[in-house]
Design a binder for this molecule. Structure first.
Ligand SMILES: Nc1ncnc2c1ncn2[C@@H]1O[C@H](COP(=O)(O)OP(=O)(O)OP(=O)(O)O)[C@@H](O)[C@H]1O
Ligand SMILES: [Mg+2]
Length: 461
């Protein structure tokens, strides 16, 4: 494991002071003692519901190389690095990591597809050099600086994911990241409740472009709402826009797409060169993410041919579109339980439509954070759900409005919660069915996944 931070570097970067004179070699960064590895710097962050300062003793027992704290009452260990505020300390560490980094940095935002595109890009860049990327969906005020603070100095590439729930959140994070290349995956209605309009969402996402240097490349969706915001942001910093998608006029575009249960095969053309891709994950939406990832490789000067070949190793993340056989191989499950927005439900229904099956069943939980748009956004999905599925099961109060808008022949059952709906879904299943399970994280659709995973083989009707 390589050296991430020395004692002197930590003191200079954070402006803090160690309690004692011990030597310090940090090889990783932890904000959670449950996953802390020996050699980590433990950063005692204070959140709304928890305070890392209560876990300092555990961190030291588990072999933390150092602890960043703003209060160390009763603890005299020389490995404590005292700062006025640990969140600010983390941000300063991130800035120092970015300032010393000699490789290229790419930042990814978008309404959906950030983590999926980030994981594709991680695979794509690996053949061209050591690649560091954000863990999971670490894309907020602590996730973004944590990714930078963990950036190995010898890496060739750093991939940052930047998210937002409210206006004004992207720009400060993007400025911290200072990307060489920015990617906007999609503009959709996720977080519409806080943002107010699709225009506001497009404008907010576009602010990532204004963090690019002059001549930096922004990869933007070619079919997105609010394209004028990309253009305006590009003009501000003289960034170069690379439209990307399915339009043959776009700088990067896909063609000859064939998608089915075993994944997708397609060509990607980038600035006149064409690459064949096999992506072992179904859906046009994932193929489009792959185009953005390959465009980012080209923009970063990486080997795009090797990147395209590397996509053959891609697997969808947990709850993000994996096709699994359950019930002793009698049922095909499309596990989309991680999260849901209107765009990703439409995309998942489109995948369901193409799964070979006797019957197709959609199990949908509420989409959250849509505010005053909640009812209209849910109702608008009734038609695509009825068209893709033979039977639709719903849970949650907003999905009740979708359920009520379905033709009676398509209504499976509705229940208040996923746990209450699960027995209805299980009882309805027959051998040969394909089942899509999707809802916002807070809808706990994982309860339905657990019930399906526990099912014994089911019989024909
Ligand atoms: N381009 C896309 N269009 C529509 N849906 C997509 C797209 N890419 C991924 N999805 C779907 O959206 C859901 C979330 O995907 P992913 O985790 O990649 O998004 P994210 O932007 O990182 O989300 P979060 O904001 O929760 O971190 C998954 O169900 C995934 O299959
Ligand atoms: Mg994510």
């Amino acid at each position: 494991m390589s050296l991430l931070w020395t004692r002197e570097e930590l003191e200079i970067a954070t402006g803090g002071t160690f309690l004692g004179n011990t030597s310090v070699s940090v090889t990783g960064i932890s904000i959670d003692t449950r996953t802390l590895a020996p050699g980590d710097l433990f950063i005692a962050l204070k959140g709304d519901n928890s305070d890392g300062h209560t876990h300092i003793a555990t961190a030291l027992e588990k072999g933390a190389a150092a602890v960043l704290a703003h209060s160390a009452e009763g603890i005299t260990d020389p490995r404590i690095l005292l700062v006025p505020d640990t969140m600010r300390g983390l941000q300063k560490l991130a800035q120092a990591a970015r300032a010393r980094f000699k490789g290229k940095v790419v930042a990814i935002t978008g309404s959906v597809g950030k983590t999926t595109t980030k994981e594709m890009l991680r695979l794509c860049l690996a053949p061209s050099g050591l690649t560091h990327a954000a863990e999971a969906s670490y894309n907020n005020h602590w996730g973004v600086p944590l990714t930078l603070a963990r950036l190995p100095r010898e890496a060739a590439f750093c991939i940052s994911e930047i998210g937002m729930n409210h206006p004004g959140e992207i720009l400060p994070l993007a400025k911290m990241v200072q990307p060489d290349v920015a990617v906007i995956t999609t503009i959709g209605s996720a977080h519409l409740g806080h943002m107010g309009s699709l225009d506001a969402i497009a404008e907010e996402k576009s602010s990532i472009i204004t963090a690019l240097p002059k001549g930096g490349i922004a990869i933007v969706p070619d079919d997105a709402h609010g394209r004028q915001f990309f253009t305006a942001a590009g003009k501000k910093t003289q960034a170069i826009l690379w439209p990307c998608g399915a339009n043959p006029q776009s700088t990067a575009h896909l063609a000859h797409l064939q998608t089915g249960s075993d994944g997708s095969r397609f060509d990607v053309s980038i600035q006149g060169k064409t690459f064949n891709v096999h992506l072992p994950a179904p859906g046009t939406h994932l193929a489009r993410n792959a185009v953005a990832a390959l465009a980012a490789c080209a923009a970063l000067g990486a080997d795009v041919a090797k990147a395209a070949a590397a996509l053959a190793d891609f697997r969808p993340g947990k709850g993000r579109g994996a096709l699994i056989q359950v019930a002793g191989g009698t049922i095909t499950l499309l596990d989309e339980s991680y999260n849901a927005s209107a765009a990703s439900i439409r995309a998942a229904l489109d995948v369901l439509r193409h799964i070979p099956a006797t019957r197709r069943i959609a199990v949908l939980g509420d989409m959250r954070e849509l505010g005053e748009f909640s009812i209209s956004e849910h109702q608008a999905l009734a038609a695509p759900a009825a068209s893709a599925a033979d039977l639709v099961f719903c849970c949650g109060s907003y999905m009740k409005t979708l359920f009520d808008a379905l033709p009676p022949s398509k209504q499976g059952a509705w229940a208040e919660s996923a746990a209450l709906l699960a027995p209805h879904v299980c009882a309805a299943l027959r051998k040969g069915d394909a089942v899509l399970v999707k809802g916002s994280l807070g809808s706990r659709m994982r309860d339905i996944i657990a019930a399906l995973n526990a099912l014994p083989a089911v019989e024909c009707a």
